[in-house]
Write a protein that binds this ligand. Structure first.
Ligand code: PEP
Length: 248
């Protein structure tokens, strides 16, 4: 039985003035011990965020594939760990889009996260054009094939299916479409890592809100949610945590 995980992605939002939101979300997480909750913060808030998050792990949204070196502006796994991160997102569609990152980059970054003892949330998902062309399933399979790190196991790896066209748009796939992709992702994991696939959580991400969380989290093979906009305040995020607790 996989525990539900609700992960927030604050993207390029959050200043120290927002730390009370982190604390309030951590309080709600403690009140729902049946659900795992984490917040992936901007680099500059990780240390302070960890300081007010109590037992709730906080994380980052990216890292460099190397642990050190001449890489201006980048951040490494050891730096994240020192700041207090325990989780990192890799392969997010905004990095694939804005920074032209590939599945191979996501693979190398996932390995770096693992090497440094971080939990890794590995994202995949098709564009709208790919979905319209009937290629969503193949794209997700191919992204998993190219980015799944060696030795993947649910102890440290989580997969997140995030259709790019659903991120920040208010649009979501039908529950049937979510179930279909999650089933395909699960089958691909099984093909690649055998029984270890059963322990790997597959999150859905893309315009999850308090209003649609119960239905999405109740869908087969959906083991939680990766949440952007609705994770920025406790008011919006706590109902999603509560929905995950009810979905069990
Ligand atoms: C995300 O950034 O991973 C995301 C799912 O964003 P949103 O919830 O805002 O669509």
């Amino acid at each position: 039985m996989r525990r539900k995980l609700v992960a927030g992605n604050w993207k390029m939002h959050g200043l120290k003035a927002d730390l009370p939101q982190v604390a309030a979300i951590a309080e709600a997480a403690a009140a729902h011990p049946g659900v795992d909750v984490t917040l992936c913060l901007p680099f500059t808030l990780i240390e302070a965020g960890a300081g007010v998050a109590g037992a709730m792990p906080v994380g980052a949204q990216d890292l460099h594939e190397n642990d050190r070196g001449a890489h201006t502006g980048c951040i490494s796994g050891p730096m994240l760990v020192e700041a207090g991160a325990s989780v990192v997102i890799v392969g997010h569609s905004e990095r694939r889009g804005d920074q032209h990152e590939t599945s191979h980059d996501a693979w190398a970054k996932a390995a770096a996260g693992r090497r440094n003892g971080l939990g890794v949330i590995l994202c995949c998902g098709e564009t709208e054009a790919e979905r319209d062309a009937g290629r969503a399933e193949r794209i997700v399979q191919s992204q998993i094939e190219k980015s799944l790190p060696d030795g993947a196991s649910g102890e440290w790896l989580t997969l997140a299916y995030e259709p790019r066209w659903a991120i920040g748009t208010g649009k979501t796939p039908t529950l049937e479409d979510i179930a279909a992709i999650h089933a395909i992702a699960r089958a691909k994991l099984r093909q690649m890592v055998g029984d270890a696939a059963d322990g790997i959580r597959i999150l859905y991400g893309g315009s999850v809100t308090g209003a649609n969380a119960a239905a999405i989290l109740g869908t087969e093979n959906v083991d939680g949610a990766l949440v952007g906009g609705a994770s920025l305040t406790a008011e919006k995020f706590v109902p999603i945590i509560a929905a995950a607790a009810r979905a069990g």
